[in-house]
Design a protein around this ligand. Structure first.
Ligand SMILES: *[C@@H]1O[C@H](CO)[C@@H](O)[C@H](O)[C@H]1NC(C)=O
Length: 264
């Protein structure tokens, strides 16, 4: 009974899970690190997580990008228009609120936010519209969800907290777009996981130019920087700034990826 991204909850409702779920009130849209909060969790994407590829953060192939199957789609209040892309959450089944049959006790799983779980206005918050505001909700890749929940349960109450992301290697950049439209995907971000601001500079200039979040973890600049050696300056949501000097070599092409050796 995996939940489709758009049809979230429809199949759950159809199989008649016996549930009594009150909407959880999120205490904040940007969860404090290391504070346990309440939410619920479902799963999607299949047993091999193949249908979790892509996603509203824009990371594309989650396996080749290093995210694997430890990923989740976040409801509106948690996703925060993409500002939460890349953040990491430690999640445990909430034994106090769960049916013990569907809860795997004593285990946690840590996921990276890679996707958006859209609201479903056709379904009530407490019966299928799990990702409707104001509910904090994680629609997790099935293999991640099954670390903490029993398949038959379909939906479980969880406790979650934001935790630092542990990533292998440096921050990565992929450039898409065209002349006068550089769309740069920032991925494999450690620590806070999420980026607050980004600037770009070509090697023939001394001026940093601000970029704007376009969608998910994609930032854009409207300058024509095609083929020039480029540097990026990132500030994460913890306020730490890193400069990736000349991380993109002269002569680059749209569609290429560049791995840095720097990490937050
Ligand atoms: C953008 O800059 C490149 C390199 O300087 C140049 O070859 C290209 O013609 C420019 N594109 C446009 C649309 O002006």
């Amino acid at each position: 009974m995996p939940l489709g991204r758009v049809a979230a909850g429809v199949r759950l409702a159809a199989i008649g899970c016996v549930l009594s779920v009150a909407a959880d009130n999120p205490s904040t849209t940007s969860p404090q690190p290391f504070v346990w909060q309440k939410a619920h969790a479902t799963f999607y994407g299949g047993a091999d997580a193949s249908d979790t590829m892509g996603g509203a953060c824009g990371y594309g192939n989650l396996f080749s990008e290093g995210y694997g199957t430890r990923t989740a789609a976040l409801s509106t209040v948690l996703f925060n228009d993409g500002a939460a892309c890349g953040q990491c959450y430690k999640i445990a089944c909430d034994r106090k609120r769960a049916d013990p049959l569907f809860c795997k006790p004593g285990v946690t799983v840590t996921v990276t936010a890679t996707n958006f779980c859209p609201p479903n206005d056709a379904l009530p918050n407490d019966n299928g519209g799990w990702c409707n505001p104001p509910r904090p909700h994680f629609d997790m890749a099935q293999p991640a969800w099954e670390k903490i929940g029993v398949y038959r349960g379909g939906i479980i109450p969880v406790m979650y907290q934001r935790v630092p992301c542990v990533k292998r290697g440096g921050v990565r950049f992929r450039i898409n777009g065209h002349d006068y439209f550089n769309l740069v995907l920032v991925s494999n971000v450690g620590a806070a996981g999420s980026i607050k601001s980004m600037d770009i500079k070509s090697s023939d200039s001394n001026d940093w130019m601000p970029m704007a979040r376009n969608w998910g973890a994609n930032w854009h600049s409207l300058a024509n920087l095609t083929g020039k050696m480029l540097s990026f300056r990132l500030t994460n949501t913890d306020g730490h700034t890193l400069v990736f000097n000349n991380v993109v070599p002269k002569g680059w092409n749209f569609g290429q990826s560049f791995a840095s050796k720097l990490q937050f």
